[in-house]
Design a protein around this ligand. Sequence first.
Ligand SMILES: [Zn+2]
Length: 152
Amino acid sequence: MAGRNAKIAVDMRNWSDESRRSMAAEFAGPVYVDQALSCRRCDREFVFSAQRQKEIFEVRKAYIWQRPVLCPQCWPLRLQWVTELKSLRARWSSQRAVMKRDVEALWRWRRVLDELTACGLRRDKAQIAMLDKLLIRAAADSDDSGLTKSSV
Ligand SMILES: [Zn+2]
């Protein structure tokens, strides 16, 4: 791993076309230097290292103005929630009738959406409204044990 404040040469020939056409191409210095960023989710400061910038912009061809929004602790959580959201949605399309009464799964789904919003994803208002409606209905239909479960 590169040490702190490592300087890595910029090679603009490896940038994406979009990056090369941007203003950054005129103002870029000869080297990448470590940048301190703060995480959108937890506010912790993290380093976007010069080495990582070289990789992101020259190997993965990301647009030169892009910056990571999550720290290394939060990024894996986001991946985990995205996976969980996919499986909840898959379950929803195959077992809708059962899931409508599964208060625990509905709560979990609702929470995953909130977590992803905190990670910088656009808030899915339609889905949140749908879940809130289902949760209210499920709570009204359920017995005491269902209500206890939902509030944990
Ligand atoms: Zn974080």
